[in-house]
Design a protein around this ligand. Structure first.
Ligand code: PEP
Ligand code: MG
Length: 573
């Protein structure tokens, strides 16, 4: 039987199923006259949960890393939240009900509020609250769940979903990979699989009712294909595929330290996108030659007030220093759209992606913008920092942003604070108006970085986060490729460098076309770097130039993709 899901972490896994089916928590409403006793039960269960969470924190810290362990710091905070548990106690007292019931009711209400927010970050917080609450309820009910921390043999975990507590216990030596029913590419479990570098497929509907413990399954973490109880022939086929994949992975390792240069000698820069200083680890591990996009908004999230200039300075300085003089493109605050900051209390909008966001907000709120620019300039003496403005839509906006930057520079000069006077300033090209007018913009900036994630959304009027129309969101759309070509050509005519930091920059099928168009900097997630280097080393720019010219004249995205599939063959062996 073959099922299809979403490939979440590359690699092929073949092995026995361990079905992680957690018992349903059956919670009945009971009347309790002795409410004090219920509250004592709650306190005891919380204490026990705290102990478990602390153990998970230590375990994750030692086996995976600090950033991943932070999840359990957050869980500890939820457990200590007086407001949340105050509501539970209140419910027990006023309604004279059992603690399990009160906890479940309060959790459901809060989780619903978080889940309904149009914000991935808040949705993840909902998962954390549910995770903590279920832990406490399980302790209260004395329910045991499948322990995946002490496995005797190698398995493939199959589950409805894996919570942060589950993934933290995964032992890489024993878990060959996992398959879940829910989740997308950006779900917590998917991100963890990529960090652990084990294959995973998510979003496989119905899988938990179609397999049993011990069944053999095969899955492909790239394609998202899952084969249950395969025939001998399939098994052989996938064993071969797995061997090929693993030897390819080894070949990629050998590319560390090599240049990213085409067969006809054109060298490009492969750099990476990061969200926090911690992500620099991935950059160094995968041999990126710099940062092409540092999304600073993460510094502003997961807290209840704006970060200070000093905090920002420290973060930017850390990244610049760890990169030892390699380029670090730092994007100024890109908040709004799908990324909210609860403490700014921005008004709800009908069209947040077309609204008060990013540079628009920063130009309006110089009390937020200026401290960031000060921090960036101060950090610029510690490495090769470049400043990039997001969501620019007109020349006036660009000039205004540059004027604010000049004011900040002047303040620093007056205060005798040093910064790189030659600091490069560029923009994201992610709005069609800028792409069309890129000849004009090129005269006023030092570089362009094409943000295809938004450029696709605005060019084709397809909300990038709307599942219902996700089939219309297509990186092969000829209109996108035409705009990209225009931007690269106009940048070069004016003598500035042109890069790309949207997902397209790491797309194996489009990298050759971008090489053909003359793109010189590709910024992608660190794990895509070595494969991109492989592709580049196996093509010539001359040939790709011809391909790019042909592709750009095709009328549909489907034909573009097919043309690439039929004409650009890269050996992955
Ligand atoms: C983009 O829009 O392509 C981009 C890189 O920025 P973000 O995904 O953060 O909007
Ligand atoms: Mg963008």
């Amino acid at each position: 039987m073959v099922l299809k899901g979403i490939g979440a972490s590359p690699g092929i896994a073949i092995g026995k199923v361990l079905l992680k089916k957690d018992p349903e928590l059956k919670i009945e409403k009971r009347v309790k006259d002795n409410t004090e006793e219920e509250i004592i039960r709650l306190k005891k269960a919380k204490e026990k949960s705290k102990k478990q969470i602390n153990e998970l924190y230590e375990h994750t810290l030692n086996t995976i890393g600090e950033e991943e362990a932070k999840i359990f710091e957050a869980h500890g905070m939820i457990l200590d939240d007086p407001e949340f548990f105050g509501q539970v106690e209140e419910k027990i007292k006023t309604e004279k009900v059992n603690v399990e019931y009160a906890l479940k009711e309060v959790t459901d209400i809060i989780v619903k509020v978080f889940e309904n927010m149009d914000n991935e970050y808040m949705k993840e917080r909902a998962a954390d609250i549910k995770d903590v609450s279920n832990r406490v309820i399980r302790i209260l009910l004395g329910v045991e769940i499948t322990d995946i921390s002490k496995l005797e043999e190698e398995v493939i975990i199959v589950a409805e979903d894996l919570t942060p507590s589950d993934t933290a216990q995964i032992d890489k030596e024993k878990v060959l990979g996992f398959i879940t029913e829910i989740g997308g590419k950006t779900a917590h479990s998917a991100i963890m699989a990529r960090t652990l570098e084990i294959p995973a497929v998510v979003g496989v509907e119905g899988i938990t009712s179609k397999v049993e413990d011990g069944d053999i399954v095969i899955f492909d973490g790239d394609e998202g294909e899952v084969i249950i109880r395969p025939e001998e022939k399939k098994l052989e086929e996938y064993k071969n595929k797995k061997e090929k994949f693993e030897s390819f992975r080894k070949r990629l390792e050998e590319l560390k330290g090599a240049k990213s240069v085409t067969k006809d000698g054109i060298e490009v820069e492969l750099v990476a996108n990061i969200g926090t200083p911690k992500d620099v680890d991935g950059i160094l591990r995968n041999d990126a030659v710099g940062v092409g996009l540092y999304r600073t908004e993460f510094l502003y999230m997961d807290r209840d007030q704006l970060p200070t200039e000093e905090e920002q300075f420290e973060a930017y300085k850390e990244v610049a220093e760890r990169l030892e003089g390699k380029p670090v493109v730092i994007r100024t605050l890109d908040i709004g759209g799908d990324k909210e900051l609860p403490y700014l209390e921005l008004p709800k909008e009908m069209n947040p992606f077309l609204g008060y966001r990013a540079i628009r907000l920063c130009l309006d709120r110089t009390d937020i913008f200026k401290p960031q620019l000060r921090a960036l300039l101060r950090a610029s003496t510690h490495g090769d920092i470049k400043i990039m403005f997001p969501m620019i839509s007109s020349i006036e906006e660009l000039r205004q942003a540059k004027a604010v930057l000049e004011e900040v520079k002047e303040d620093l000069r007056k205060e005798n604070i040093k910064f790189n006077e030659e600091i490069e300033v560029g923009i994201m090209v992610e709005i069609p108006a800028v792409a069309v007018l890129s000849d004009q913009f090129a005269k006023e900036v030092d570089f362009f970085s094409i943000g295809t994630n938004d450029l696709i959304q605005y060019t084709t009027a397809v909300d990038r986060g709307n599942r219902q129309i996700s089939h219309l969101y297509n990186q092969f759309h000829p209109a996108l490729l035409t705009l990209v070509k225009t931007v690269i050509e106009n940048g070069h005519k004016a003598g500035i460098w042109v890069g790309m930091c949207g997902e397209v920059a790491g797309d194996p099928k489009l990298i050759p076309i971008l090489i053909g168009m003359g793109l010189e900097e590709f910024s992608m997630s660190p794990i895509s770097i070595l494969k991109a280097r492989w592709i580049i080393k196996n093509i010539t720019q001359q040939e790709m130039k011809e391909m790019a010219e042909k592709v750009i004249n095709l009328p549909t995205a489907e034909e573009v993709e097919k043309f690439i599939d039929d004409n650009i063959k890269i050996d992955y062996i």
